[in-house]
Design a protein around this ligand. Structure first.
Ligand code: PLP
Length: 455
């Protein structure tokens, strides 16, 4: 697929599209789509940062699908690797003593890339699974060490860790709790280190505030009852919230003093998104457990990896870590991950994330002069644009950001997602300067005419 815009619509494209849309309405259950919504966009092709729908319309994918398409769409190298692996050994499990060459090679590669000290790997098929495993590892670690009363998990409001029982419970967004019955017990949500929303403390005081709250919470629950704290180094779904530079180092130190494990959820931030292999490097912190997925394979096949310290691994594997998934160590997924990591590495995508991310942030800085743009924030190719009804009170648009995302798609051919407060920009790490310009121009054109009531 070329970078050309829309291709002519043919009669067969129109009738095929009508068929897919009707069949979709009749058969598919979508996440987060009201039943009375009739329209659909049926994607059929992708190349680089662009995707094309069944009507022939081309879009700039500024969301990298769901924050995972690091190497861009349409990399035939990955398709070839998957086909070769499927021809050799499509699938085998890694329970008990079973292993496979690709799982071993990928574990070795990940241990080389990860911050020193995270050298053991447990494979999953995605982010929520990884967080489920991490939470179990944390509790099991303390249990095996003779501290079974350490069951509490600290998390943060606005966090998103997936929709499993544990991962959904530690997520701090009410929509993932309401209506689903009791959540996992022994979870506490702290305030997110959000400098824009915690303006009253000033940039300097945000960490002090969060640390005081963390200290008081540890005292209240009792350090001897807390297994772990989980957090995204940079909150993604919560609004591309970049914490102050001293937040994670100070949190990590306090947790260490109390024997509480630190779990980093790097499902979005991992594999170059922030300009580092992992955001842990940016903050100079090594967690005890690091959960990764998405960019591990750029989404070409579902896969995830949990990286674990020696200390935790030794304790939980002494008598055999008793849990695993059917697809733990899936050789085809591991082969694609190895090839994907090579592409990120050989094509200098970390450097592009840093440079093009900074360029895009500079192009978007002027948006902050518009009445509805509160803040543009950025780390690598992870950006958030906070939309506000009132700059003084920093209240969100009453409509949320969804109508703006729709206008961007319909008018400028730009796909991105938003949460109630912020537009989220996570393009593929191969984004060019021209594409960054196109993205910036589309955002200016649409945001210039958004009113404080969201219209
Ligand atoms: N953790 C974070 C930070 C995420 O953003 C997501 C998904 O967007 C998840 C975990 C869940 O990953 P998955 O949808 O692969 O289960």
């Amino acid at each position: 697929m070329s970078a050309s815009p829309t291709v002519p619509v043919t009669a067969s494209a129109t009738s095929r599209t009508a068929h897919w849309i009707q069949a979709d309405r009749d058969r598919l259950i979508h996440p987060n789509l009201p039943a009375d919504r009739q329209d659909r966009i049926v994607m059929v092709e992708g190349n680089g940062c662009r995707v094309r729908d069944s009507t022939g319309r081309s879009y700039l994918d500024a969301a990298a699908v769901l924050g995972m398409m690091q190497v861009g769409h349409g990399r035939s190298e990955l398709a070839e690797v998957a086909a070769a692996q499927m021809n050799a050994l499509e699938c085998f499990h890694t329970w008990e003593l079973m292993s496979n060459d690709k799982a071993v090679e990928l574990a070795v590669r990940l241990a080389e890339l990860a911050p020193a000290g995270l050298e053991r790997v447990f494979f999953t098929s995605g982010g929520a699974e990884g967080n489920e495993v991490a939470l179990r590892m944390a509790r099991y670690f303390h249990h095996r060490a003779g501290r079974p009363e350490r069951t509490w998990v600290l998390s943060r409001k606005s966090a998103y860790h997936g929709i499993g029982y544990g991962s959904g419970s530690v997520s701090g967004l009410p929509v993932y709790h309401e209506g689903f019955g009791p959540t996992m017990p022994d979870v506490h949500h702290l305030t997110a280190p959000d400098p824009y929303q915690l303006q009253q403390y000033g940039e300097e005081g945000v960490t002090d505030f969060c640390l005081r709250e963390l200290r008081e919470t540890i005292e209240r629950i009792g350090p001897g009852r807390i297994a772990a704290m989980i957090g995204e180094p940079v909150m993604s779904v919560g609004g591309a919230v970049v914490p102050p530079a001293d937040y994670w180092p100070r949190v990590a130190e306090l947790l260490r003093q109390h024997g509480i494990l630190l779990i980093f959820d790097e499902v979005v931030t991992g594999y170059g998104r922030t300009g580092h292999w992992f955001a842990a490097e940016h903050f100079g912190v090594t967690p005890d457990i690091m959960v990764t997925a998405k960019g591990l394979t750029s989404g070409y096949v579902p896969h995830g990896a949990v990286l674990v310290s020696d200390e935790v691994t030794e304790m939980i594997t002494r008598n055999g870590f008793p849990i695993g998934f059917t697809y733990t160590g899936h050789p085809t997924a591991c082969a694609v991950a190895l090839a994907n990591i090579d592409l990120i590495d050989h094509e200098n995508m970390l450097e592009n994330a840093t440079k093009t991310g900074a360029y895009l942030a500079q192009r978007l800085a002027g948006l902050q002069d518009l009445p509805v743009v509160g803040e543009v924030r950025q780390l690598g190719l992870m950006l958030g644009i906070e939309l506000v009804a009132d700059k003084q009170t920093r209240t969100p648009l009453p409509t949320g950001t969804a109508p703006v995302a729709t206008a961007l798609r319909e008018e400028a051919g730009i796909i991105l997602r938003g949460n109630p407060r912020a537009l989220l920009i996570n393009p593929p790490l191969v984004l060019s300067r021209d594409e960054a310009d196109e993205l910036a121009e589309g955002l200016y054109a649409v945001l210039q005419r958004v009113n404080a009531d969201g219209s």
